[in-house]
Design a protein around this ligand. Structure first.
Ligand SMILES: *Cc1c(COP(=O)(O)O)cnc(C)c1O
Length: 481
């Protein structure tokens, strides 16, 4: 049966009441977040209730909202909870949510042309350059995250440094093997980018780290020399500003200076740690980001912009554009009208259609200001140091890495043999998550399984860390009895 009504509602007032109800419930949920379990497993019944054939006809919005209440809202990741400490997650904010909702109403496509979403994104990029001290002539684009930002930056680096037009002719035309370097603590997204760019993951050399998990400059230099002697072509170094395991910051200034002397492109993975540049105490360690050829970082981590929101900045605009700018006739720009307004963002990345991601970032920065955001970053770092002290004072707990930023890696080691500790500590983490008390993650430090606490959470208070430590002790003692 043909139904040729537009998708607009018949009764706008009724829809308005539904929006009110949806917002009431969502705000109520965020306000009460501390009272709920950090995480709970999505029950089998809920999972199967999603399973149905492609809907042929519609159902009332009320029913869908009810479904969200019953079957979705309770089973979220949990990162808005003050005791979510796992991986590296932001914890959300209401200003960002408002921006996201308004952006959905405006429904802009920020791939290019002349309209407000493009101008807001350019402003957010300008603020990002200002934050990192990167020249205003640099280019940038908002991305889904640092993984995509790094892929874009490395595509620019590859085209810029390859000895042939690999853009047109393909990598084989380079007639050499391009290789790059990152520390052994670098993020997995860099290897993925190497694979996607046709370089191969083996072309990413892993440089060992020092006792503080920072890239060893002397070993980097030796590896580049050895690769050159073997006939390979080093082209890029990826330094980490805040490693995912321990928050380590590579010696950026030394690496940058040396890369310039060697004609190597320096990319900085500043996914979360980079934002600590706004904290005076960390500024010296991060200031050299200003000298990098490219940097990728996230707004959805330590700035708490609702997912997803990342960014890549590239010092040389022409190099940034080279891998991406080729527009067919149907995407020509015009000196006037809507198709005006060069440069287009689609010339800075692989995606043509892109949402108004900038608005939730603009809202977050305008609503709180960078000072307030950086105070919360500083508070997380202070909490990490306090937690490390607390752990150091407890004989049953063992700190596994020095705290350099906001991450604490430790384990319960009370009187047990080494061989049992990995299982015991992974069991503790599972129990913390499954009881909904807290959500840390795990990693390995020098081969030992660590309970990993990452503080990128503006809702965490000291009492949350005390609850965490008390629960780890209780679970550890019970399991080792
Ligand atoms: C999270 C993270 C990434 C990947 O960023 P996404 O936004 O998840 O794509 C890369 N590097 C580091 C250090 C990270 O913490």
């Amino acid at each position: 049966m043909a139904d040729e009504r537009s998708l607009d509602p018949d009764d706008w007032d009724a829809v308005r009441r539904l929006f009110d109800a949806a917002i009431d419930r969502s705000l109520g949920d965020m306000r009460q977040v501390r009272k709920r379990p950090v995480w709970q497993s999505t029950p089998e019944g809920v999972r199967t209730s999603l399973s149905e054939p492609l809907p042929k006809s519609g159902c009332p919005l009320e029913d869908l909202l009810g479904f969200v209440d019953d079957a979705m809202r309770p089973y979220v990741t949990g990162n808005t909870h003050p005791r979510f400490f796992g991986w590296v997650h932001g914890s959300g904010n209401v200003a960002g949510v408002l921006g996201e909702m308004l952006a959905a109403f405006m429904d802009c496509n920020a791939g290019g042309r002349d309209h407000i979403a493009v101008y807001v994104e350019r402003q957010v990029i300008a603020w990002s350059k200002e934050l990192f001290g990167i020249p205003s002539s640099a280019s940038g684009i908002l991305t889904s995250g640092t993984s995509m930002g790094t892929l874009i930056a490395l595509a620019a680096a590859r085209s810029d440094r390859a000895p042939a037009d690999v853009q047109t002719l393909g990598l084989a035309a380079a007639g050499c093997r391009l290789v790059g370097y990152a520390s052994s603590e670098a993020h997995g997204s860099i290897g993925k980018a190497f694979a996607l760019l046709g370089l191969g993951t083996q072309a990413l050399r892993k440089v060992p780290t020092d006792g503080d998990f920072r890239m060893r400059m002397d070993l980097l230099m030796g590896m580049v020399d050895a690769d050159r002697a073997a006939g390979l072509t080093p082209f890029v170094v990826i330094a980490t500003a805040g490693s995912v395991n321990t928050g380590a910051i590579d010696p950026l200034a030394d690496i940058g200076r040396w890369c310039r002397s060697q004609g190597l492109w320096l990319h900085v993975d500043a996914a979360f740690g980079g934002l600590a540049i706004a904290v005076p105490e960390f500024h010296p360690a991060l200031a050299a980001i200003a000298e990098a050829d490219s940097i990728a970082f996230d707004f959805h981590k330590w700035m708490h912009v609702p997912y997803d929101a990342g960014c890549v900045l590239v010092r040389d605009e022409a190099a940034h554009r080279r891998p991406f700018a080729s527009r067919p006739h149907y995407l020509s720009s015009y000196p006037g009208g809507l198709a005006r307004g060069e440069p287009w963002f689609c010339d800075y990345g692989p995606e043509l259609s892109r949402g108004f991601r900038a608005l939730k970032i603009w809202f977050t920065l305008k609503a709180y200001g960078m000072d307030r955001i950086s105070s919360l970053i500083a508070r997380n770092c202070a909490q990490a140091r306090a937690l490390a002290l607390l752990i150091a004072g407890m004989p049953e707990l063992q700190l596994l890495a020095a705290v350099s930023l906001n991450i604490v890696c430790f384990r319960f080691a009370g009187g047990l043999l080494e061989g049992r500790l990995d299982d015991l500590n992974s069991g503790i983490v599972c129990a913390l998550q499954e009881t909904g008390v807290a959500a840390p993650s795990t990693t390995r430090i020098d081969g030992k399984l660590a309970i990993r606490i990452c503080l990128t959470n503006h809702r965490t208070i000291d009492a949350d860390l005390q609850i965490l430590v008390a629960e780890v002790l209780r679970l550890g003692r019970a399991a080792s009895r």
